[in-house]
Design a protein around this ligand. Structure first.
Ligand SMILES: [Fe+2]
Length: 206
């Protein structure tokens, strides 16, 4: 068994004009596929690892031989993070219900949450991800380096939490349309967050 690129549930141009068609297509078919190909190259050599889902594997990186662990952390992490990200995107949904109330409770207001998320995403140095996570009963904004995921646990990421939404802040996610203007890309994200799936993720854990 090996990892397979999951098809998007929407067209590459579905998130226009916020996330453009060309970036979405390259990001999905090239960048994501490369993480998968790299991770599969390890599964071929260590087929016993193939019994785990990618999420289980990155939760348990100690199962990967030590000399391949960083490679798998980066590439299985890349596969898991991008799969999560594609599912986090959709136009036309609205933040509402229990998740909206919890965000307002834990960040003082929705506006304050957005500011904190934007600042974390904008000031993350280099490549990585910004996340809204549930830590215990409290929501928090964190960032991770490279392809690290909150699923990898505190020892690796320095943060624990269950991911609710994520934003890819690698340049490959925005450079074609936004060049060096990462903050414009972050602003565009608010138009394409799938708050419906975020609410489902939140309700499963509360
Ligand atoms: Fe990416």
């Amino acid at each position: 068994m090996s990892y397979v690129l999951p098809p998007l549930t929407y067209a590459y141009d579905a998130l226009e004009p916020y996330f453009d068609k060309q970036t979405m297509k390259i990001h999905h078919t090239q960048h994501h596929q490369t993480y998968i190909n790299n991770a599969n190259s390890i599964l071929e050599v260590y087929p016993e690892l193939a019994k785990y889902s990618v999420e289980e594997l990155i939760k348990n990186l100690d199962k990967v031989p030590i000399n391949k662990r960083t490679f798998m952390r980066n590439n299985a992490g890349g596969h898991a993070n991008h799969t999560f990200f594609w599912n986090t995107l959709k136009t036309g949904t609205t933040l509402s219900g229990d998740l909206k109330m919890a965000i307002a409770r834990d960040f003082s207001s929705i506006e304050q949450f957005q500011k904190e998320f934007e600042k974390t995403a904008a000031t993350h140095f280099g490549s990585g991800w910004a996340w809204l996570v549930l830590q215990g009963n409290k929501l928090a904004v964190i960032s991770t380096v490279n392809q690290d995921s909150p699923l990898m646990g505190e020892e690796i990421t320095g943060n624990l939490g269950v991911a609710i939404i994520a934003l890819d802040v690698w340049e490959h996610a925005y450079y074609l349309k936004y060049q060096n203007k990462r903050t414009d890309y972050i602003q565009a994200f608010w138009h394409v967050v799938n708050w419906d799936i975020a609410a489902v993720r939140f309700s499963r854990k509360t």
